[in-house]
Design a protein around this ligand. Structure first.
Ligand code: BTN
Length: 266
């Protein structure tokens, strides 16, 4: 780990062009999960835009109860605290927006074009390089806060065997080191713009960016694991206005998937 690429506030702030996201940074050399640290800060009243960063996570968490490999100094492990003025049912879109922001940051920063696998996995050469875990705390119809946790495999050179078939990094794909500081700044800047757009009511436009950047949006044959042992198979048919995946089944019915995992595709 090179000192100059540590994700320290003093390394990041001079390069940061966002106005709110990332202006308050909590940096840990090691923590359990940045999402958990961010939640604690949120409960203590931390401001919107507060970002928690770690060089290493010992309990990095993924979607659907999975873990997230968080090798020291190799990736970006970031959690962004948001206090959006949205209805809870609209908050799922935030994770899709984060995926678009990460996708654009990777393209601009590395010249690598990742695919977005619904809802918010970024793939390079069919393998995952970025994942997003968005967690919301609401009271009735009011969102108290949302933590958007983003993990990007930036400079990992190898992965443990069981992950090797499914995971990759920007370094493996681009065959060079990338600056995590530059990548994070680009991500926060882009995320802030899209987040502001969303809150101004431009949800359709923001979701359209997702559609344009994902080969999974239309016409992909997929198997979706809905949990509790239930799976569906069909062809993707775009997103609903809430960001749900529309899947056209063999009998012609269209099912809207709110939460699930695409486990096979072609
Ligand atoms: C997934 O694809 O399953 C989501 C992975 C999310 C990983 C990030 S790393 C930063 C933040 N802290 C966590 O514990 N998880 C998220």
């Amino acid at each position: 780990m090179m000192i100059e690429d540590l994700l320290l506030p003093e390394s990041i702030l001079p390069h940061l062009q966002s106005r709110r996201l990332g202006t308050i940074i909590h940096h840990y050399l090691e923590t359990g999960s940045t999402n958990d640290a961010a939640r604690q800060l949120a409960e203590q009243g931390a401001a919107e835009g507060t970002v928690v960063l770690a060089e290493e996570q010992t309990q990095g968490r993924g979607r659907l109860g999975r873990s997230w490999l968080s090798e020291r100094g190799a990736g970006i492990y970031a959690s962004i605290l948001l206090r959006p003025v949205l209805k809870p049912r609209d908050a799922a879109v935030l994770a899709l927006v984060a995926a678009v922001a990460a996708n654009e940051a990777i393209e601009r920063g590395c010249g690598l074009t990742a695919d977005i696998k619904w809802p918010n996995d970024l793939l390079l050469s069919g393998r995952k390089c970025c994942g997003i875990l968005s967690e919301m705390q609401a009271e009735g119809e009011v969102i108290r806060y949302v933590i958007v946790g983003i993990g990007i495999n930036v400079n990992h050179s190898t992965f443990p065997e069981e992950l090797g078939q499914r995971a990759t990094s920007l370094r493996v794909e681009g065959k060079q080191f990338y600056s995590r500081v530059a990548m994070l700044c680009a991500l926060l800047q882009r995320f802030e713009l899209l987040y502001d757009d969303l809150q101004r009511g431009n949800r359709a436009a923001v979701l359209q960016l997702w559609v344009e950047r994902s080969s999974f949006a239309f016409g992909k044959q997929v198997t979706v694991d809905l949990g509790s042992g239930k799976k569906i198979e069909g062809q993707t048919a775009g997103l609903s206005e809430l960001g749900n995946l529309r899947v056209k089944l063999a009998d012609g019915r269209v099912e809207e998937v709110m939460s699930g995992d695409i486990v096979a595709w072609r």
